[in-house]
Design a protein around this ligand. Structure first.
Ligand code: ATP
Ligand code: MG
Length: 230
């Protein structure tokens, strides 16, 4: 029987440091209702990626708890956790293998039809079909070269197929041309629907589509507002 998370994420009195004496998050609390899209912004070193890593359980808090639907992440079965919370980082957009392998990464039993449906949902199907071997194109081979924007779309298709209750996205900083930028924004809206999303946002257009914008500084939230109030 599969546990179905709703996606309510909560930090309760979390203190965290990386093992040196520096505290990165000091007594940090945050409540993200299921389904909310949160854009996280702030200066470099503020603790945005650290927060994301605590939600995806790369690390556990030193003090306090991070919970999903009221359950301490430490008490969740790793399999349930991996299914419920997916993090998309800019370093890990693509792995060696075919485009199809890359989309099916979190769901190895996916059928070709499901893979294509996910690609279609995020607007990636058309360019994939134009690659030398379509979905069988090796992304590392000559001719299989895909652009930065296309890489992001493939990783979005992967996340869409995995369909987690909570999506964490560390948005790429690389600038894209305008058509790619537009394609990414449209794909994002589809990807964010019906799930909780925490996006470390670098684009103003992403901040604009969020329900809530958190500004971080030195491990604290200094502003918590809707995009139009900022
Ligand atoms: P950026 O916008 O540059 O990505 P950020 O807000 O994501 O910054 P974090 O990566 O969370 O910031 O880093 C917060 C602090 O934690 C920084 O001072 C950083 O040097 C430190 N830090 C991050 N990762 C580690 C680590 N693995 N070991 C030790 N310190 C770390
Ligand atoms: Mg970061």
């Amino acid at each position: 029987d599969l546990w179905q998370a709703r996606g309510h994420v909560r930090f309760d009195g979390v203190t965290f440091g990386y093992g040196d004496d520096r505290v990165i998050l000091p007594d940090f609390s945050l409540d993200i209702p299921a389904g909310q899209t949160v854009a996280l912004v702030g200066t470099t070193g503020a603790g945005k990626s650290t927060l994301a890593k605590l939600v995806s359980r790369f690390y556990d808090p030193t003090i306090g708890t991070v919970s999903l639907d009221g359950v301490d992440l430490r008490n969740l079965h790793p399999k349930d956790l991996r299914r419920a919370i997916v993090m998309v980082t800019q370093e890990a957009y693509l792995f060696s293998g075919t485009v199809a392998d890359n989309i099916a990464l979190g769901k190895p039993d996916a059928t070709m039809e499901q893979i294509r449906a996910a690609a279609r949902a995020v607007g990636a199907d058309a360019f994939i079909q134009r690659l030398p071997d379509g979905y069988d194109t090796d992304v590392n081979k000559r001719g299989g070269r895909v652009s930065a924007g296309q890489r992001q779309l493939i990783s979005f298709a992967r996340a869409f197929l995995a369909d987690p209750a909570v999506l964490i996205l560390d948005e790429a900083t690389a600038s894209l041309d305008i058509p790619s930028e537009r394609a990414i924004q449209e794909a994002l809206q589809t990807l964010l629907a019906d799930r909780t999303a925490i996006i470390i946002a670098h684009r103003l257009s992403t901040v604009a589509i969020a329900d809530r914008v958190l500004v971080m500084e030195h491990g604290r939230i200094i502003e918590d507002d809707t995009p139009d109030e900022l």
